[in-house]
Design a binder for this molecule. Structure first.
Ligand code: UDP
Length: 335
């Protein structure tokens, strides 16, 4: 193959989709995952090393063993509401964990990283769409933990000659057409999977969080991006680092926002099913509007959100939730 890519968090939702893309691009994905939220059954395109990113010695050993050329880092806690309630978990898993990974990379002499960042680095963006230059004024511990890591990466770039690309995902969603992988969390907190699970009777209390935002219909607006489009951007980012590019920060989104209500309506149209729902207060930490300006990623990474129309997103996620998800959830013990 073209070489080994260490995929930290490769047993999770986005990490598994990117592992498949890594294999399809001619590399060998080496999944490095502690399986606290990842799924052994999602590791299908290369070997699995069960380990923690905080364990720098194990990270270094794995990089040497497989002659790893570059690292993709998806291993993180990622629920905004939980980060408000339990910030320590986010600073330990995300910030301290990433430092362990970086230390292991330095020890083993691997200085190329593609990092999973987030639109949450923009806080209450205030601008729509939001350019990369607006990062920093975060409004929840999740976004802060990711922005701290981005700043650490800038320092590593300056001091140690690391090359690092931070990919700021907006709202990742959808599933691979194979039906082999998709969103599978316990508890599930994200909008599209929760709404689909509500139709299937797996979520008894699906709610729209907040109807009093200053948005056209009062519900929060987000930029939904298909996980296959994210995966394509990761391959482009890795290719650039391997060519000697120093990296940078890129938004990955479509540039178009949809409200929670518009998403629920689109789900009803695509599935032909009513989404049983109630209304709740705003969820702590949620900004009203987050929409990417995707032009830098388009220009420099050749990024295209070709599969991120709502129909493609919802149909692929619905296929996963109807068929594969319940079976894999039984196998993996996820309720
Ligand atoms: N949301 C909701 N009900 C849910 C889950 C999410 O109304 O059961 C809203 C949430 O408040 C936010 C949007 O949907 O405005 C997207 O939330 P999600 O958790 O999917 O992603 P986030 O934007 O937090 O990364």
């Amino acid at each position: 193959t073209k070489g080994a890519i260490l995929v930290a968090g490769g047993a999770g939702y986005i990490g598994a989709h990117c592992s498949k893309a890594v294999a399809e691009a001619g590399f060998t994905p080496i999944c490095y995952d502690n399986l606290t939220t990842g799924h052994r059954g999602f590791v299908q395109w290369g070997p699995l090393v069960v380990g923690d990113i905080a364990d720098s010695i194990k990270v270094a050993d794995t990089i040497r063993q497989y002659d790893v050329q570059a690292v993709m880092h998806f291993a993180a806690s990622s629920a905004v509401g939980e980060s408000v309630a339990d910030p320590q978990k986010y600073y330990l898993n995300n910030v301290a964990g990433s430092l362990g990974l970086l230390q292991g990379m330095r020890e083993a002499g691997c200085g190329r990283l593609v990092f999973s960042s987030t639109g949450a680095v923009y806080g209450n963006a205030g601008r729509d769409p939001i350019p990369e230059s607006a990062a920093g004024p975060t409004v929840n511990p999740y976004g802060r933990s990711k922005y701290m890591i981005e700043q650490i990466l800038s320092d590593y770039r300056a001091a140690y000659g690391f090359s690092a690309t931070a990919l700021r995902y907006f709202n990742a969603c959808g599933a691979d057409a194979s039906g082999l992988i998709g969103e599978l969390r316990d508890p599930e907190t994200h909008l599209i999977p929760r709404a689909l699970m509500a139709i299937l009777g797996h979520v008894p209390d699906f709610a729209i969080f907040g109807t009093d935002y200053e948005t056209p219909d009062g519900t929060a607006v987000r930029d939904y991006i298909h996980v296959d489009d994210l995966a394509g951007a990761h391959i482009a980012a890795i290719a650039r680092l391997l060519e000697g590019h120093p990296g940078g920060a890129y938004n990955l989104g479509t540039g178009s926002g949809y409200s929670v209500r518009e998403i629920v309506d689109a789900i009803r149209n695509e599935t032909g099913e009513q989404v049983p729902l109630i209304y709740r207060e705003r969820r702590p930490g949620d900004p009203p509007v987050l929409v990417a300006d995707p032009r830098r990623a388009a220009q420099e990474l050749g990024f295209e959100a070709g599969r991120s129309d709502l129909g493609s997103i919802i149909r692929s996620a619905w296929a996963w939730h109807q068929k594969a998800h319940p079976r894999i959830a039984r196998q993996t013990g996820v309720s």
